[in-house]
Design a protein around this ligand. Sequence first.
Ligand code: ADP
Ligand code: MG
Length: 344
Amino acid sequence: MNQVWVITSLRSAVKELLENALDAGATSVEVHLCDHGTTSIEVIDNGNGITADDFEAVALKHHTSKLREFDDLPGVGTFGFRGEALGSLCALADVSMVTRHRQAPVATRLKFDVNGRLVERTPAARQVGTTVTVRQLFSTLPVRRRQFCGRARREVTDLLQLLWGYALVADGVRLVCTQQAAAGRRSVLLSSPAVAALPERVTALFGQKQTATLLPLQPTAPSDGTRAEFGLGAAAERTQPKVTVQGLVSSCEHGKGRSATDRQFIAINGRPCDHTKICRLANDVYRSYNRHQSPFLVLSLTLSRQHVDVNVTPDKRMLFVQNEKFLLACVKESLVQCFESLPS
Ligand code: ADP
Ligand code: MG
């Protein structure tokens, strides 16, 4: 069971399934939880589906269709490439799928055993895309299962935090998450439309009132002062990645409300990630204009793929960025320019 640790929570299970859907080119992804995910988790996408040639191997340990050669790793543009998620889920839960590839005349239902081996394959009805159903998550690890069931509501809160991050950066993707209690009605926890404009997505998730307090960030080259602060010499210039900073941040005038540390979303090359240094920097800059709070922040950073190593942790939430100081300097400059442009 040494591969199981990529899935440690409801949040990590859904993250892997959502990323598979996005890697398959889905423009609509629905996550349906039954009993806060303890009974079942279903992820429905309208992506390309899985070809019949892949059915046997799809959930086997280390099977991936996304990386052909080890040398492809530095330029990998998909969320997945390790081939661990489905195999891990099979080791932890009952996993089945209904998938229809865009060239297949009908869909197929697939069931897998605990080792990820295909044990059932029957024709089914479905549009092009894939539905993955995970029942009884952690049933093979009784202690973990008990812990999961005991904190299921907290796990859903953690999951929503993750889904917000994807909903904010996945332009043109409709993302929905619902929860249903065994005998109850289905309630919508999150619904984000397939629109490209970031402010509209913020409004869909957090309301118009939140959007009205935000300012757009512009890409800005670091000034000489900021360069000096981050110890960036002129000689280093040639090796710096080209960085584009986009996003939204609370305007200082609206900072008197709640602290928004749980509303800070960072994505690098479209990949939502945890980046404490960037959040700390943003909080410091913000507080130098507004003494009290942490800002609401959506920061989408783009730099060439060769400068980012996503293979640091199995969940790929931690990214290693070459020339991190330059990236931080770009973020700082964009924030400063944004706050300086406000009438004092
Ligand atoms: P990885 O994403 O690292 O390749 P996974 O275990 O998550 O590994 O998935 C294994 C393979 O299953 C993927 O490479 C892909 O070919 C296929 N797959 C999984 N989920 C989907 C999906 N929703 N749509 C299409 N293909 C999928
Ligand atoms: Mg995957």
